[in-house]
Structures are given as structure tokens and as C-alpha cells.
Design a protein around this ligand. Structure first.
Ligand code: SF4
Length: 117
């Protein structure tokens, strides 16, 4: 019998939107710039299945600017409740409400990229 060592990925990169306050020349928008936004309840259903079925445990949100996703704060709260580690790539231009939410540990780390100012 041959032992099979499946090395499955445990991290999912999710492009939440294509919107952004900026229009940087170097922006690649993580691919197609015309992608529509997925509904939060549909996304959470899919994530639940991926966690339970395949053991994914880390989420990395991108966009566009992921904090402009209309239910971003609620999404973070719910993914945290599901046991995910949340991460995001952001330009850092978000509201003070969301800043408080982020500081209250509903995300675990971020990667802030340089935005055109
Ligand atoms: S801030 Fe980021 S997402 Fe927005 S246009 Fe610039 S590179 Fe693209």
C-alpha cells in the first residue's frame, strides 16, 4: 500500500469587490475588474462548507479595497465566530467604525499596500 500525503491548502484568498477610492496605475485589481460582489450570506455558507469539509482555517480578503464591501464588519464578525483567522490587504482608508472593529481583534493581521495620495 502506498501512503499518500495530501498537502491541501488551508488558506483562501477572497476578492470581495473591485471598488476602491483610488485609481492607482499599478493596480491589478486581483484579476477581472468587472467582478460583482458576492452576498455575505452566500459567502458564509460556502466558507462553512470549506472549513468543515476541507479544513480551511485562514481567510485573506482582497479587492479592490475589501473594507468597502458593504457588509465587511459583519463578515469579519461571522468568520471569526466560525473560527477563521482573518487577514486583509487594504489601502488603510477606512472609517473609524471599521477601525475600532479591526482593533477589537476581529481580524488577525493585515497587509497595507501603498495607495496613491
Ligand atoms: S489603493 Fe490598492 S486597490 Fe485601490 S486602486 Fe490603488 S492599488 Fe488598487
Amino acid at each position: 500500500m502506498i501512503a499518500v500525503n495530501l498537502c491541501l491548502p488551508r488558506s483562501i484568498r477572497i476578492k470581495l469587490n473591485t471598488r476602491c477610492q483610488y485609481n492607482c496605475r499599478f493596480c491589478h485589481q486581483e484579476g477581472d475588474a468587472k467582478t460583482s460582489e458576492i452576498k455575505t450570506d452566500e459567502l458564509l455558507k460556502a466558507l462553512k462548507l470549506l472549513k468543515k469539509g476541507l479544513g480551511f482555517y485562514r481567510l485573506h480578503f482582497t479587492g479592490g479595497e475589501p473594507t468597502l464591501y458593504k457588509e465587511f464588519a459583519a463578515l469579519l464578525t461571522n468568520t471569526k465566530k466560525l473560527g477563521f483567522i482573518n487577514a486583509l490587504t487594504t489601502n488603510g482608508q477606512f472609517t473609524s467604525f471599521l477601525r475600532i472593529k479591526l482593533v477589537s481583534c476581529e481580524y488577525d493581521y493585515n497587509h497595507t499596500h501603498t495607495a496613491r495620495v
